[in-house]
Design a protein around this ligand. Sequence first.
Ligand code: FAD
Length: 338
Amino acid sequence: MRAGIVGGGIIGLSVAAELLRRGADVTVYDPAPDGTGGAWHVAAGMLAPGGESVFEFPQLERLLAASAELWPAFAADLGEVGYDTAGTLGLALTADDVAEMSREWRHQKLAPLTGSQVREYEPALSPRIRAGVHAPTELQVDPRRVIRALRATLDGRVREAAVLDLSEVDADVVVVAAGCGTAALTGLPIRPVKGQVLRLRGEPGLLRHVIDGAADGRHVYLVPRADGEIVVGATQEERTDRQPTAGGVHDLLRAALDLVPGLADHELAEVTVGHRPGTPDNAPILGTLRDNVVVAAGHHRNGILLAPITARLIADLVLTGETDPLIDDFTPGRFGCA
Ligand SMILES: Cc1cc2nc3c(=O)[nH]c(=O)nc-3n(C[C@H](O)[C@H](O)[C@H](O)COP(=O)(O)OP(=O)(O)OC[C@H]3O[C@@H](n4cnc5c(N)ncnc54)[C@H](O)[C@@H]3O)c2cc1C
């Protein structure tokens, strides 16, 4: 079986690595395999199966949970990729923020904590924080390390080339995993959703947990890596441009410093913009588009979390023609395609 994978982002590489592991002859095509075009390069790497998206498309909750279960083995196979199990602290600064965050916390059945209780987990948190929760199953990984490890697995099988027409790909089966680029190749309704993300650097150890908080109506997350990097994200804008904006950066920094004042001394090391591949229902598109063409795209805010389950489902489909019924809610057919 010769498989051509269009797109060398987290989804394309995860599918390719799984196909290779099961004996397929794999080639990946990507014009910018160093990451300049991919959302993964910007993504924080939260593995948050209980997050907001489940309200939009309830079936997604099962897919997110199934993928979260696969992550420990997926990470162990890849080696040191920053898979971290400290968990997440949800935080609310003001009474209005408590009201907003409580809906998600109730949905996840998390026990409320007072401000002083959350500071027992993280002493660097502001004494102004009113309430929070500890979510032990909301984890993190470093997407840039994941991609490096996947590319090492696929050594020599990634070609630096854009695919402009799927008929150009010489393979028994073509898997389209081109993120936002999938729309132009397939006609599927995938739109770019802009996100601005900052990377701060300082002494390691200021934070241990992922922080997912609201501060005066501004939503922010902070993802601390072991080396002292703290990823601060993210705006969500229905825009296609790649410009960071003063307002976007201001809102992220304001909320981050309101929650963790000690971040003021960190270096502002990176400001990046990426585009989440969004779909009309914000759930991914997984399945057969037409004879010998399979799609794995539209993972929107959860593509890092969903990489292991996508790899498994798509490899099953490509190699056996059969998959877990879990995939049935995500086929291209729900948008009148295939
Ligand atoms: C700001 C931000 C924060 C995020 N945070 C998280 C998070 O914390 N947790 C989480 O789970 N997800 C997160 N995401 C979402 C996640 O990054 C995406 O869902 C995921 O990267 C999608 O993977 P992908 O491989 O489909 O697309 P991408 O990662 O975008 O990769 C697509 C690849 O396809 C290539 N390509 C495009 N067109 C072509 C073509 N014609 N021919 C060949 N190759 C092509 C591109 O060059 C690119 O390398 C975030 C995204 C953003 C933007």
